[in-house]
Design a protein around this ligand. Structure first.
Ligand code: PRP
Length: 196
């Protein structure tokens, strides 16, 4: 674990059960995925757009884009899938849309921090295809297949950092109640923090 920061829940080290994906492992993952993306689009005549889904993906996106050799454009969307805390709302709302008139010359890679139920990504893939994107693929740092909605159980991202167990994870963009996003690693939150 790195230096502890204080949050509204107290000292970070006291809130973390253990590190699940270390900063070194994340660095290896971003290097591998960047190479996979370069290989996938090496013969494409379209422009490559990395679409960051706010807010959790912003740290992963920033590190990943620096390692991709193919020229990339970036854009952002914000959608909501959770009410708050650990309870899923079951609905996807677009809160910030991609403001581009024409997607027809774009290979879009949606960049996510985590796939849980799969609702956010499956919705976005359909949305972007309906809006005319040349192609749409999904990239996620973390995948929690145990949490997938039953009707989305076959939904898979094209680029996956690592598969994780069904634990409450925070750090490297992921939050609990807007805290912990700036940690350089992914950690498991102690239940005592969110059960308070
Ligand atoms: C998280 C995460 C994904 C989504 C995944 O976002 O960043 O976008 O939930 O869940 P799903 O697979 O069940 O749809 P969240 O709504 O927590 O917003 P945030 O990134 O702003 O924290």
């Amino acid at each position: 674990m790195s230096e502890a920061k204080n949050t509204i829940y107290g000292n970070t080290d006291d809130c973390i059960e253990r590190v699940l994906v270390s900063a070194e492992q994340i660095d290896e993952i971003t290097t591998r995925i960047a190479a996979e993306i370069d290989a996938t689009y090496k013969d494409s005549e379209n422009r490559l757009l990395l679409l960051c889904i706010l807010k959790g993906s912003v740290v992963f996106m920033g590190d990943l884009m620096k390692k991709i050799k193919t020229p990339v454009e970036i854009d952002f969307m914000k959608v909501s899938s959770y009410h708050s805390g650990t309870v899923s709302s079951g609905k996807v709302n677009i809160m910030l849309d991609i403001h581009r008139k024409d997607l027809s010359e774009l290979d879009i890679v949606i960049v996510e921090d985590i796939i849980d139920s799969g609702r956010t990504l499956s919705y976005l893939v359909n949305y972007l295809k309906l809006n005319g994107a040349a192609s749409v693929r999904c990239c996620t740092l973390l995948d929690k297949p145990e949490r997938r909605d039953s009707e989305l159980k076959d939904f898979k991202a094209d680029f996956v950092g690592c598969v994780i167990p069904d634990e409450f994870v925070i750090g490297y963009g992921l939050d609990y109640d807007e805290q912990f996003r700036a940690l350089p690693y992914v950690g498991i939150l102690k239940p005592s923090v969110y059960e308070k």
